[in-house]
Ligand binder design. Structure first.
Ligand SMILES: C[S@@+](CC[C@H](N)C(=O)[O-])C[C@H]1O[C@@H](n2cnc3c(N)ncnc32)[C@H](O)[C@@H]1O
Length: 409
């Protein structure tokens, strides 16, 4: 059990591994795509840590440097600049020592606190020319440094902006209860045990909580919790939903992956991803679905594969349920829509219920393949024919392959 973050870097825990896999699997295609836009990219690890855990495993800044290296190997076009900045106040020296020589020219280490440094970092990157792609990785110990107005303004100020946030939603509920003078009824041991991304310092005002959440919607949730209308689990879920809704005012697509280690247990925290690009949303959704499988299968079930696939919320997702949800989504579209936009809207609305194979590209079939076979949808593919002159059948968009669909009229 831990309610202290002093041992965080001693040994890399499984959920830290899952977090870094989420980052790595997203960043390789992300950097590749951004480099192909010809616009510069700024990647900031806002709570960078030591770079390496004491057991030798890589931390997030080294993971991101490796991802960039892999993207550069794949990139055959002229390589526009990708700037990597790592902000860290406490382990700056260790981080500096842990960055391999070959990566040193690719990154800058910034000694200090995120809240003191980020504005300068963004200003130096010439955010105002609207030509910058920015990705912020935000992995703090607690919630104190989250800054909703910064996240909102970033989306407006640059060519593309993306966020991956470790949201300690229970930490927020606990602080909100404290400030509203309401007893936090949940077992602190159960919720915060093993959680080394823990910040025991306290917040001192409603305004600070509003600045973190982006608004005061959380107060109604705490009122309901206080009156016993909802329990702590529901309060956490509602807060996360509202937090995502707030982000959606600036980012069209916002997904989250609850990190929970045992069935029925509260999430330790949620990884929240925000982007305005449908391709980014679909990529992250598929990535989250894969990491969820790892968490659910390898950790929660002790390696036993369950009979029915589960989401990170431990919900069973049957094929019938997927079909019904896809049909409901199709009913809201009258015109042709690109596959990736459809999938991104689906994930944005329904959460990460499954990977893209069960929705579209699965070799053994998928919800959309079934609907195409049944004549429920019209599908337009470009190119319409394969090189052998046969009708195209692909169900995944890629460079040169596009697909649009609509409900048959
Ligand atoms: C959860 S750890 C980050 C781990 C890192 N992402 C990894 O996977 O290797 C949080 C880090 O934030 C640093 N930190 C604490 N307060 C900070 C602040 N105000 N601004 C930036 N970093 C801070 C801590 O020293 C710690 O290294």
């Amino acid at each position: 059990m831990s309610k202290d973050n002093s041992n965080f870097f001693e040994k890399k825990k499984i959920w830290s591994e899952v977090k870094d896999e989420l980052l790595d699997c997203y960043l390789v295609p992300y950097f590749t795509k951004m480099m192909s836009t010809g616009k510069p990219t700024l990647y900031v690890d806002c709570f960078a840590g030591k770079g390496k855990f004491d057991d030798g495993k890589l931390g997030s800044p080294l993971t991101a440097l490796q991802s960039l290296g892999r993207s550069l190997d794949r990139c055959h076009v002229r390589k526009p600049a990708v700037e990597m900045k790592f902000i860290e106040p406490n382990h700056h020296k260790a981080l500096n020592a842990n960055i391999p020589i070959e990566h040193r020219t690719r990154c800058e280490l910034i000694e200090g606190r995120f809240e003191d440094k980020i504005t300068q970092v963004l200003q130096n990157a010439n955010l105002s020319n609207f030509k910058l792609n920015v990705f912020l990785y935000i992995d703090p110990y607690g919630i104190k440094a989250l800054n909703a107005s910064l996240f909102d303004s970033l989306a407006k100020a640059c060519s593309t902006a993306e966020l991956l946030i470790n949201l300690n939603s229970f930490g927020f509920i606990r602080e909100a209860c404290r400030i509203m003078k309401i007893i936090f009824r949940e077992g602190q041991v159960e919720i915060f045990s093993d959680l080394e991304e823990y910040d025991s310092s306290v917040l001192d005002s409603i305004q600070k909580l509003n600045a973190i959440a982006g608004d005061n919607y959380w107060q109604e949730i705490i009122d309901k919790y206080s009156s016993g209308k909802i329990d702590g689990y529901k309060a956490e879920k509602k807060f996360s939903q509202k937090y995502k809704e707030h982000l959606r005012q600036s980012y069209k697509y916002v997904l989250d992956m609850p990190i929970r280690l045992k069935e029925g247990q509260h999430p330790k925290y949620r990884m929240v991803h925000a982007t305005n690009h449908p391709d980014g949303c679909v990529l992250m959704a598929n990535n989250m679905a894969k990491r969820t499988d790892r968490l659910v299968v390898e950790i929660q079930d002790g390696g036993q594969l369950g009979l029915m696939p589960l989401t990170a919320e431990n919900d069973i997702v049957s094929d019938d349920m997927l079909l019904t949800r896809v049909e409901a989504m199709l009913a809201t579209t009258s015109d042709y829509v690109r596959l990736n936009e459809f999938l991104a809207d689906f994930y944005n609305e329904n959460g990460v219920l499954c990977g893209i194979s069960r929705l579209s590209s699965g070799k053994g079939g998928s919800a959309l393949k079934t609907l195409e076979k049944n004549g429920y949808i019209d599908v337009q593919r470009n190119p319409a024919l394969t090189q052998n002159g046969k009708p195209s059948k692909f169900w995944q968009e890629s460079k040169g392959n596009t697909l649009s669909l609509r409900k048959r009229k």
